[in-house]
Design a protein around this ligand. Sequence first.
Ligand SMILES: [Zn+2]
Length: 380
Amino acid sequence: MGYRDLPQLVDVRGNMIRNGAYSKRSWSQITDIARHHSVSTGNDGRDISGWHANDNGWPSIGYHFVILEDGTIEWTNSVNRIGYHVGNNNTPLIGVCSIGNGSFTQAQEDSWEDLVKAIRETDGLDQISISDVKGHNEYPGHATNGCPGINMDTVRSRLRGGSGGSSSGPPKYGPNNESFASYHDDKWMVKKDSYLESQQLLNRVEDAGLDEDGILGQNTLNATRDFHDKYNISKRGANFYGVPGPATLKKLRELDNDDGSGDNPAPKSGEGIVDYLNRIGVDSSYNNRKSMAESHGITNYSGTASQNTKLLELVSGSGTRGKSSNPPANSGEGIVDYMNRIGMDSSYDNRKDLAENTYGISNYTGTASQNNDLLNELSG
Ligand SMILES: [Zn+2]
């Protein structure tokens, strides 16, 4: 067991902006883990690699790991490279940067603890004790630096709390002192399931050619980023960019269920099926209409007015356009209860993601009217 086995770890080393390579070191030279914050929100390792490589002129990103706000751990730089992150102290350090400015999500703190424990469990890195886990401003010459934006005594005491101190023996995870495997299986099962479904759907809908293994690896991340770009689900730098979360799944399921009719424009007011088909460049002959009708489940098509109206609805998607496939909300039901009932993640972060990135509800802060809008969108 080591850091490479963490289920929330994504190897993005190949996706970093580079000027060159950092110097090599042997693992036996490594003694410490140094914690940093990005003094920014909504960024990822690639953004930081741009600041470090382009703005600072460094070889690439100075940190070895970056922890995103949703708890994803990005592996950004090989551990056998000496990154730049604490001035003259870098040679023995592993640099870990949490995205944030002195304020971090619970998912990030969980992942930070997971990462430190997993590094300390990695063969060849088990010389690192919890007292060797330090903040940027605990190193000589850096005392006035605001980084890492968190009290490291608290951080170390939390690390000791989960593992019974810096004693030997395998670390334990979670409030019940579980083994790594059982703790993470429970904690990440939901994600593994949704990653697997995303891979299956990306393969069907986008012909992505992904391994269907439920692991958020580089190929799945890249395919999901392309998908986010294509359907404007999130943008580079957003928290969930490239993560196959609920908004991604919803769009994928929609496309997977789509027979293609939804891509056609809406009919004009009073427009009949023949005029409509002519306008969008589709053969409007009786024979073609009959075959389209039958493929849409209209039996015994003979061109009656009601059959033509139904066919127009089906071909243009006007009968179902914009409707959600979720069940209706119960009377008086709030957004959180509704999402919980239909099995969606009702956390504030996910609601904000859906509101802003899927439904165009800008500056979501969870007001009653925003929640009402979101409920209406979700429940159709
Ligand atoms: Zn720092």
